[in-house]
Structures are given as C-alpha cells and as structure tokens.
Ligand binder design. Structure first.
Ligand SMILES: *[C@@H]1O[C@H](CO)[C@@H](O)[C@H](O)[C@H]1NC(C)=O
Ligand SMILES: *[C@@H]1O[C@H](CO)[C@@H](O)[C@H](O)[C@H]1NC(C)=O
Ligand SMILES: *[C@@H]1O[C@H](CO)[C@@H](O)[C@H](O)[C@H]1NC(C)=O
Ligand SMILES: *[C@@H]1O[C@H](CO)[C@@H](O)[C@H](O)[C@H]1NC(C)=O
Length: 435
C-alpha cells in the first residue's frame, strides 16, 4: 500500500510538469477538478480554439467511486489517426499510454467514458492550423455503475470492503469490441442472507434486463461467466436494512482473455507489440484433450521491472498455473525482461494470467505452446518398443497408429498402445553394428 501511495503521488507530480510546456502564452486551460460534478471545454468554446494549445485536466473524485465523462459538443479538425488536433482521455494519469481510453477528433461525439477508479484525465491538443469550435463535456462522480469499455476492470459494491449502503442500485454495462466475449469472475461475495429479493446481484447476457435470471445473495457467489455477446450487464441492489461486505469481481474481454483448444498456438499480451494497458487482469486457458501435456516457450517478455524494495514482481507480472484456475499450483511468476526457460504442465490444462498495475506499461509478452503426447521408447539389441497411453490419442483408431507401414500397427496393451519392431523392419534402418 505504502509503495502504491508513493507511486501515485509521484504520478500526479509527474503529470503536473506536463501542462504549460507547449501551451501558448495568454491561453489558460486545464487544471485539477475535484468536485462531484463539473464541466470542461476547449479554450474559447464555442468559438474557434487557438492553435498550438495543450490543455490537461486531472479529475480526482472520492476514492472508491469512479468518474463518468459525457461529451455534449465535439468538433475538432479531422485526421485519420487524429494526429493534428485531438482529445485524449486517460483512465488515470495522462502521458501514461497504458491508461489511454481513447483518442478523438473530427465531429463525431465520443461515447460516454467511465474510469475504472477515481482518477480520469483529459488532454486537448491543437496544432498550428485549421481550428474548429472544439468540445464541451461534463463529468460526474459515480458511486457505482457505469458503462465500462476497457479490456479489463474491477467492479465492487459501493464502499467495498466496508458494508454497502442501504437502498443502493447499481448497473454496470460492460461493453467490449464487436464479436468479442466477456469473462466475469467474482472473487469475493457476501450479501445479506435470506431470500434474494432484498439484496442481490444479477448478471444479464447482453444489455437488456428482460430475461429471467438468477439473483445471487448470501455467500453463494455467481459462477464464473462468459457472455454470449459483447455486452454483459451486472446489477446490484440493496434494500433498506442489513448489509454485508458486498462483492468484488473482475472482468476481461477481447484480447484480454481466450480459451485455446487446438494443439498448438501463440498467446500475446493485449496490443502486443504495442504497450499493454494499465490496470488489467487477463487470463488465457489452454485446454487440450486428456493425456496431453503442454509445453510453453517464451519468445518475448518485457514487463515492468520488479519492486526493488521487496525484490518481487509486485507491479506487473505474468503468472502460469498448472491447471484451470489460480487455485492450482503456481508454476512461475515473472516480470522484467529476463526470458524464463520453457515449462511443461503436469496435465492437459494450463492457465496464464497477466496482472498490471495502475502505471508504467511496457511491450508485454509473446509465448507459444504445443501439446505433447508422452511416449516411452525402449530398445534391445535387435528390436525396440514404443508405448503411447490410449488417452493421449483418443481421436485416433488403433489401425491408424503404426510405424512406417500399416503392417506395423500398434497393439492394445492395458491402457497403452504398443508397437514392437525389429530394427530392420517397418522401414527403419538396420542397426549399426558397433565395432
Ligand atoms: C451518456 O450519459 C448521459 C448522462 O449521464 C446520458 O444522458 C446518456 O444517455 C448517455 N449516453 C449513452 C449512449 O449511454
Ligand atoms: C450467456 O449465454 C451463454 C450462451 O448462451 C451461456 O453459456 C452463459 O451461461 C450465459 N450467461 C449468463 C450470465 O446468463
Ligand atoms: C506462432 O508464431 C510463430 C512465430 O511468429 C509462427 O511461426 C507460427 O506460425 C505461429 N503459430 C500459430 C499456431 O499461429
Ligand atoms: C514410461 O516409463 C515410465 C518409467 O518406466 C513410466 O513411469 C511411465 O508411466 C511410462 N509412460 C508411458 C506412456 O508408458
């Protein structure tokens, strides 16, 4: 906590070196906003904004709540990649590209944006020519709920881990890129017991609340969910008395989660080889048929360095578990840039988890995996034996398992396929006689 606080203060002081540097003389803009609601706009709005201007707003609300930003007017010089005039919105401090929620220009109104914690910053930039009327936006502190568009984030009941307030109602709409799915995991859950009519959490596929869904309460947490579309709605409701600690859940979507079932593949951190986002938890499962083991090779690793005080990977790290969940055995936890040696799972599942903190992103990682079938080979002077567990090749019939020619087919022996062969048969080379 202490280190985090230091990092945070450092971050804010870094931010405040920024404005003014490129600002034009006589144009005043930007600042720190800490009221529960507020307004910001480009200089001179709604008249043409001046050239060579850079404004930076830092919005900080009460810890535990989030910031929702809504644009009312938007008209900036257009460019394909917004290189000339732009508005950038960051989930935290600006200048840290890992926090970037979006870059906007042209005349299309940006969507509503919600931070995943209590800090949000906005940068306005104009170049030497072609001014427009600029933008105007309002923000408000959100006690709970909002539209969440980041690749990953955390949601908690209001005031968590303290008791949640009475008569609260929160709606979080998690909205991912088209065709991408959302994975939601509750890591802590404690609501007023009894029936789930009073205090409850419900999870809806998509954004509509029409369908009948289970209400969860007490200590029975909602199961891990993967959405069927690119939207998932989480609703929390509390009545007028008796509370609880509430809940904590995280979600991941798009490039931040996947389940691999093919025998080999590649996995990279989101946006690789560009910088990964801050403040995410991503997870990738590799699930191969029974009998397979998984070998993982590291091709590239560039994460934030370890905490030099604890000499541990406290900030950003990649963890690999020997199974399907973080409760399985941890095979390793890495950060920094030293490439780990390849590793092999004990069974047919492997879980990769990437956790990043609130600042200092880097290039990320790239790994490849391949499913391996354990095979025993032994030999004598004249012949050799190959054994393969049947469960390793469930998709093959016995007649399809042979050495060289179908005449040298495998035999069934207990739970294994066995192939016995002389060195001079089955198309193999005769044994070389040692002199
Ligand atoms: C954006 O937020 C405003 C104010 O909270 C709300 O009125 C509006 O409907 C929201 N727009 C969308 C597309 O959700
Ligand atoms: C959403 O739909 C998918 C596919 O129909 C299903 O597997 C999943 O359990 C549903 N999730 C919820 C929260 O209803
Ligand atoms: C994985 O990446 C390597 C190196 O870039 C490439 O040669 C290989 O084809 C990729 N494999 C798959 C399954 O995408
Ligand atoms: C291979 O041999 C080892 C040692 O004899 C044994 O423990 C293992 O189960 C065998 N594996 C297979 C696939 O037969």
């Amino acid at each position: 906590m202490q280190h985090f606080l230091c990092k945070f203060i450092f971050m804010i002081s870094m931010l405040w070196e920024a404005p003014g540097v490129h600002a034009r003389k006589g144009v005043k803009c930007g600042g720190v906003l800490s009221a529960d609601v507020g307004h910001l706009s480009s200089p001179n709005f709604p008249r043409v904004y001046p050239p060579y201007t850079e404004c930076s707003w830092l919005i900080v609300v009460l810890e535990g709540s989030t910031v929702q930003l809504t644009f009312q007017e938007f008209n900036l010089e257009y460019h394909d990649t917004c290189e000339y005039d732009y508005v950038k919105v960051y989930n935290g401090a600006s200048r840290d590209e890992g926090n970037l929620l979006g870059t906007f220009c042209g005349s299309k109104l940006p969507p509503n944006l919600t931070s995943s914690w209590h800090v949000l910053s906005v940068i306005f930039h104009s170049d030497k020519h072609v001014g427009s009327s600029g933008f105007s936006a309002t923000y408000r502190k959100h006690i709970c709920g909002g539209v969440l568009t980041s690749l990953s984030g955390m949601i908690t009941s209001p005031d968590y881990p303290d008791n949640y307030p009475n008569n609260a109602e929160c709606h979080w709409l998690i909205s991912a890129a088209p065709h991408s799915k959302i994975h939601l995991v509750f890591t802590d859950f404690q609501l007023e017991s009894q029936e789930c009519n009073f205090d409850y959490v419900a999870v809806f596929n998509g954004s509509s609340q029409e369908e009948q869904v289970t209400h969860y309460c007490g200590i029975t947490k909602p199961p891990d969910t993967t959405s069927s579309s690119n939207e998932l709605l989480v609703v929390f409701k509390s009545d007028f008395n008796i509370g609880g600690r509430g809940f904590k859940a995280y979600f991941s979507s798009g490039e931040c989660q996947d389940v691999f079932t093919v025998v080999k593949g590649n996995i990279t951190s989101p946006r690789y080889p560009e910088m990964y986002p801050n403040n995410i938890i991503c997870q990738w499962n590799i699930q191969l048929p029974q009998g397979f083991r998984i070998k993982l090779f590291f091709r590239d690793l560039e994460l934030e360095e370890m905490n030099s005080l604890t000499e541990a990977c406290d900030y950003d790290y990649l963890a690999v578990y020997d199974g399907q969940s973080p409760s399985d055995k941890l095979l390793g936890k890495w950060c920094g840039t030293k490439l780990p040696a390849p590793l092999i799972s004990n069974k047919n599942n492997l879980l990769l988890v990437l956790v990043t903190d609130r600042d200092t992103a880097n290039k990320g990682f790239s790994v490849s995996y391949i499913g391996m079938v354990p095979i025993n080979v032994s030999c004598t002077r004249t012949d050799f034996h190959i054994q393969v567990p049947i469960q390793s090749v469930p998709q093959l019939e016995r007649s399809h398992i042979y050495l060289g020619t179908p005449a040298c087919a495998a035999q069934l022996s207990g739970s294994n396929y066995k192939i016995y062969a002389r060195f001079d048969t089955c198309g193999t080379e005769p044994q070389v006689t040692e002199k």
